[in-house]
Ligand binder design. Sequence first.
Ligand code: NAD
Ligand code: ZN
Ligand code: ZN
Length: 336
Amino acid sequence: MKAAVNHQFKGKLEIEQLDKPTISSHEVLVKIHACGVCHTDLHACHGDWPVKPKMPLVPGHEGVGEIVEVGDQVSHCKLGDRVGIPWLYSACGHCDYCLTGDENLCLSQQNAGYSVDGSYAEYCKADGNYVVKIPDGIDYVDAAPLFCAGVTTYKALKVSTAKPGEWVAIFGIGGLGHLAVQYAVAMGLNVIAVDTGEAKLELAKKLGASLCLDFKRDDVVAKVLAETGGVHASICTAVSKSGFEQSYKVIRRGGKCVLVGLPPEDMPLPIFDTVLNGVSVVGSIVGTRKDLIECLDFAARGKVKAITIEKSLEDINDIFEEMINGEITGRVVMKF
Ligand code: NAD
Ligand code: ZN
Ligand code: ZN
């Protein structure tokens, strides 16, 4: 099978022929039809984070396709089912986190395209218990981004506890952020979008953001405070420390700053302001299978639709280059 393989941090990915994975009894084999390109894949191939991925690595955790082989212990899916293989490739199912609905925090989890090979390949194996079915009516290209960008931002909005009619500021209108705007609008929130360049801000406006700010041109913090008196929540998907600093400064008293983006930097946190303003700063990591099912349902009901740019596996190095330069509006999905 054809796959894109990373052999060395910051090196180019190679398109190679690999053996088709063989499955064990609890696994399924998925023929991949499409896979979104997440900024996390770029962090993985650059070795950006303290925990390093396997190497060589087949990245990809927004892979979707049809099941073509089923292990004999797998009961909840069958041949021909349309499924996706998310970042949460598997969890232990037995720890405190798994038992209390926080399987995304399981310490024994495996991650697709990071600790195990992912979906930048024609076939990918998966744990039969952790693949999630794609509802009818969503095609593969539209479904792919929901398996990370969608579920992550949907979950982050739940973590924010912002309620209908309240203000939420989304920092970074990239693959994640453009879906965050849509989920927030669908939840009845008033949305402020922050990124740079006309294309991304126009898109945010079209998707329902009330106020769109350019972090290179506008005084973002002053404008948000003037418009809202401080937002009830901010969701930061920006891959930049300054975006995180601003996402903290726009919060009203008692509000929540939800950290989602993963630049390999620290964020300074003023103790005095945090205490006096009663602000919460909270991390949010992808979502559970249940979050994923809910987030897919929004799409199935036509409330959310990823803006996709179709490419092929051979384009991956160019796609990464465009991502580094911030040139992608929406989500690139490689179609197989
Ligand atoms: P992306 O490249 O598609 O989008 C990032 C966007 O941030 C770009 O549009 C860029 O212009 C914008 N940006 C950069 N600096 C900014 C600033 N100062 N203010 C506002 N916007 C700014 O990336 P993506 O795929 O959306 O991923 C974003 C980040 O989220 C990555 O770090 C990724 O690893 C992380 N991520 C986290 C989770 C999680 O579970 N927490 C899941 C998926 C991705
Ligand atoms: Zn991702
Ligand atoms: Zn567990």
